[in-house]
Design a protein around this ligand. Structure first.
Ligand code: GLA
Length: 366
């Protein structure tokens, strides 16, 4: 495979300057990597938040477009007014933990409550807000980060890496690995916002989505799972057959009102462990298709309800409400507070164990 792998210093990207309110003391350590495959697909990733900044793929006629939301500068990411986690790896625990509280082996822990009364995406300085160490590997880049014992309230020194590779089958592979020196919780995922018509396009309501899950974990008004599982049959959450996203997004339904729209966790209908197709997204006009494969048990479909039009993206267009969506493979939100219950696989990582999980975004056209 022919691949151009280039490394840009921050200065080459933007006029960089350190800002007090961020934890980034060394802007020069921020790098961006460009992966390109034989089909001309391009993926850009920075070590700030191990963030995917760009995914450039063809439509059915071969026209290229960037389908991932992002900022045009490192400062955009670092100083994001709206904390939308564009393209980043989120964790140590992706999504919400009720009141930021949990216990492991009887030991209680308290995390930042950065989302109302709840904890979201790792807290104030989650993995999206730190500089990772980058290493070029075959066909990709490996980003590593040591999350210290007590960082954002989480126990244990967590040695984490995510390796991104781009294949000639137009797949972005994300391989997450972690170990710890104390029992802890881990649930990391990628938070790329997609619009298959190209970032900055108005809406994703015309995209067609299929999710291989017949159950969701319904939530309360704070988007914390109630602990129940709901059958999707006859509800706006039935995406077992491909469905236009706009069809039921404003349905008269309490779960939809809580979203508002889709911001829910689907339990995947798995045939055993291993990699399986979780979701297929397509955009009729361009013919672009994205399939999500994962080893994770669940997927969060977030329809960009909190994009508030206060964020201008890399091509100068304002990112409006529901102008992009996320498909975040994961363990269910707040799983640690359902530890041991049927249907809630454990999110505890213990010393000597290895967290090892892969998710793939695969692009094609039809
Ligand atoms: C996740 C959550 C949403 C929202 C976004 C970030 O997808 O489920 O509720 O917080 O992240 O805005």
């Amino acid at each position: 495979m022919k691949k151009i792998l280039s490394l840009l210093a921050c200065a080459a990207l933007v006029g960089c300057s350190a800002k007090q309110e961020t934890a980034v003391s060394d802007f020069d350590s921020i790098q961006q990597f460009t992966l390109k495959n034989k089909n001309g697909m391009i993926v850009k990733i920075t070590n700030y938040g191990a963030t995917i900044t760009s995914i450039i793929v063809p439509d059915r006629d071969g026209n290229m477009a960037d389908v991932a939301l992002g900022y045009d500068s490192v400062e955009g990411y670092v100083n994001a007014i709206a904390r939308e986690y564009l393209g980043a790896v989120v964790g140590r625990y992706g999504n919400r933990i009720a009141e930021g509280k949990f216990s492991i082996d009887g030991e209680e822990y308290e995390l930042a409550t950065n989302n109302g009364e709840n904890h979201l995406h790792g807290g104030y300085m989650g993995f999206d807000k730190v500089v990772w160490t980058a290493e070029v590997v075959a066909d990709g880049v490996k980003f590593s980060y040591l999350a210290k014992d007590g960082e954002e309230g989480y126990p244990g020194n967590l040695n984490l890496s995510v390796t991104y590779t781009l294949t000639d089958d137009n797949e972005i592979k994300m391989h997450y690995e972690a170990t710890t020196d104390k029992p802890t919780i881990v649930n990391v995922t990628n938070h790329t916002y997609f619009n298959l018509a190209g970032e900055g396009s108005d809406s994703i309501l015309d995209h067609v989505l299929q999710i291989n899950g017949s159950k969701t974990t319904p939530v309360d008004a704070g988007l914390i799972p109630t602990g129940e599982f709901a059958d999707v049959t006859g509800t706006p959450f039935d995406f077992r057959q491909p469905k236009v996203i706009g069809k039921d997004i404003d349905a008269d339904d309490q779960q939809i009102e809580y979203g508002p729209g889709y911001d829910h966790n689907w339990v995947l209908d798995r045939q055993g462990d291993g990699m399986q197709l979780a979701a297929t997204l397509s955009e009729p006009k361009s013919g672009r298709v994205m399939e999500v494969f994962t080893e994770e048990p669940c997927i969060q479909f977030y329809s960009g309800n909190f994009l508030a039009g206060n964020l201008t993206g890399k091509s100068g267009k304002v990112y409006k409400e529901r102008s992009a969506l996320c498909l975040e493979t994961q363990h269910a939100p707040d799983s640690i507070n359902h530890e041991g219950e049927a249907g809630w696989p454990s999110v505890i990582l213990r010393p000597g164990e290895k967290y090892d999980t892969t998710t793939i975004y695969k692009f094609s056209t039809k």
